[in-house]
Design a protein around this ligand. Structure first.
Ligand code: G6Q
Length: 541
């Protein structure tokens, strides 16, 4: 926490809604919220090109938003007022901006090129250990990809199972799916996250323990789900291999907790470390990305890191009005706080990005789902993080787009598409992309119903961003993830919250452990609320 309650060095003593820059936006909203995108485009022939920005291989068209030049001016003034510049510098410097946990948030150091001085005051030599671990990961990845890492019985490992949950699962799964086209097809990858035994059973179905390597990924190495799955994995392996010494050839760990890894029985020579300044949901390019590196190889992994870094540098150095993450973050604030929009839909038109919305749900909602300011004040006068959700197009068009087009709710959308497909097939790609352009057009401009058929009316004026890139490469994926990471950071600065803690997750971990003993048939029922007790009774039968 900052030294003096009620104050922090970035925002003074104000609540967001007390700021004149915020009140100016409220007044501006009253003036322009009824303006239709049809008119805004009619009045300004160059709007589509002018309201665009490009960085790290991503082109952002934000012209189909309900904004004018004045809106942008006021939003960037709000960002200045909230100390965005100082906060970005503090993050990159390694200041302990995760105040509730007393930590830096230095995920940007994970992708900084070797030898680059990060000027990280709190973490002086972050670069050195990062590259040391990357080299160790590379060694293992190369051995596995070459069929040189042998299991206990001498057979080459060809199945990799990542066990982890939350930040130790969603990034690896998303990246594996997104970059599957670049992956070594001879290796099989599976991911186990849920403590539901079904997840483990299905993930290991058909695999031979002799040829399977488990990556136990857990920052804390105390997450119940992960440790339970890891124990089951150990049993599954030893049932076949019948010698505890086999664990060394079939288990590696990714963690910050060396002692706990050793206590579990994994040789710490087979442990890949990271640091408390890497948050779970910001960890996919730390050792948590080990499965990604094994899948796509060292070169592609390092291209992915370069993509992250290119966006980091863009975010750090570019004026707000051309800064993609800042623009997207401020637009999210605009709809969330002034239009009262409750959600944002993320709609990637690429089947490889099918897990991207799920990944973003954690990144965004675990970061901005907060109700207390950095000063510890309850937030009563404004809204914080919206709900992020989505599915790949065109599938979503045949399902929930109806509500986005004609429902009574305002749902700002992010469309994501690529000029080139990784799998050319007849006219498929043109058809796919025609849908991206048609959807954002229909949402913005609508369509007038024939007389007497009001149900055919599309009022339009529904905002969207379109993000276009050449094709889905490791570097583009890195840039895309960093774009959303920094957009979330920008939102957090305006809302004056800590986007790097997650006490809601911790609560779940503690409560389940407390209740667990009461699930056994003969245990005493706890003195709990009547609903919980009734449910426990019903479960125990
Ligand atoms: C992410 C959260 C959370 C975490 C999981 C797994 O930012 O902290 O989702 O990643 O709870 O935690 P472990 O990696 O410690 O097992």
């Amino acid at each position: 926490m900052s030294a003096e309650k009620g104050k922090n060095k970035f925002q003074g003593i104000f609540m967001l809604t007390d700021r004149l820059s915020y009140q100016a936006l409220e007044a501006h909203y009253q003036q322009i919220h009824k303006r239709h995108l049809r008119d805004l485009f009619k009045e300004d022939a160059g709007r589509g090109e002018r309201m665009s920005a490009e960085a790290a291989g991503l082109y952002l068209d934000y012209s189909k938003n309900r904004i004018t030049g004045e809106t942008l001016r006021l939003l960037t003034a709000l960002a200045d007022d909230c100390g965005l510049r100082e906060r970005i510098d503090a993050m990159f410097r390694g200041d302990k901006i995760n105040v509730t946990e007393g930590r830096s948030a230095l995920h940007t150091a994970l992708r900084a090129p070797r030898g680059r001085c990060l000027a990280a005051a709190a973490v002086p030599d972050a670069g050195k250990p990062v590259h040391k671990v990357l080299s160790r990961m590379a060694k293992l990845a190369n051995q596995l990809r070459a069929g040189e890492w042998l299991g206990f019985t001498g057979k080459p490992i060809c199945n990799i199972v990542n066990i982890g949950i939350g930040g130790s699962d969603l990034g690896p799964v998303m990246a594996y799916e997104a970059l599957r086209r670049y992956s070594k097809r001879k290796l099989k990858f599976r991911f186990v996250s849920n403590v539901d035994g079904t997840d483990f059973k299905e993930a290991t179905r058909g695999l031979s323990p002799e040829k399977t390597l488990f990556i136990v990924a857990s920052k804390t190495f105390e997450t119940l789900e992960t440790l339970t799955n890891a124990e089951s994995a150990k049993e599954w392996t030893l049932k076949k291999l019948r010698n505890p010494a086999a664990v060394a050839r079939h288990f590696v760990a990714v963690s910050t907790a060396e002692k706990k890894v050793a206590a579990f029985g994994i040789d710490t020579k087979n442990m890949f470390g990271f640091w408390d300044w890497v948050g779970g949901r910001y960890s996919m390019d730390s050792a948590i990305g080990l499965s990604t590196m094994i899948a796509i190889g060292v070169k592609h992994f390092s291209e992915m890191l370069d993509g992250f870094h290119a966006m980091d540098e863009h975010f750090r150095t570019t004026p707000w009005e051309r800064n993609l993450p800042v623009l997207m973050g401020l637009l999210t604030v605009w709809y969330n706080n002034f239009f009262g929009a409750q959600t944002v839909a993320v709609l990637p038109y690429d089947q490889y990005l099918k897990r991207f919305p799920a990944y973003l749900q954690q990144l965004t909602m675990e970061s901005t789902g907060k109700g207390v300011t950095l000063d510890g004040e309850a937030i009563a006068t404004y809204q914080t993080g919206p709900i992020f959700w989505g599915e790949p197009g065109t599938n979503g068009q045949h399902s929930f787009y109806q509500l986005i087009h004609q429902g009574t709710k305002l749902v700002p959308c992010d469309f994501i598409g690529f000029r080139k497909t990784l799998n050319p097939l007849g006219r498929h790609h043109d058809l796919l992309m025609a849908n991206v352009f048609a959807q954002s057009k229909a949402l913005a401009f609508g369509q007038v119903a024939p007389a007497g058929e009001p149900y055919r009316n599309f009022e339009g004026n529904r905002p969207s961003n379109t993000i276009l890139a050449e094709k889905l490469t490791p570097a583009i994926l890195g840039a895309l993830v960093a774009l959303y990471e920094h957009s979330v950071f920008t939102q957090g600065v305006v809302w004056n919250i800590n986007p790097f803690d997650q006490y809601g997750v911790q609560l779940g971990k503690v409560l389940a452990e407390e209740l667990l003993p009461s699930l056994s048939k003969n245990a005493r029922l706890p003195k709990d609320d009547s609903s919980t007790v009734a449910l426990l009774r019903k479960y125990r039968g």
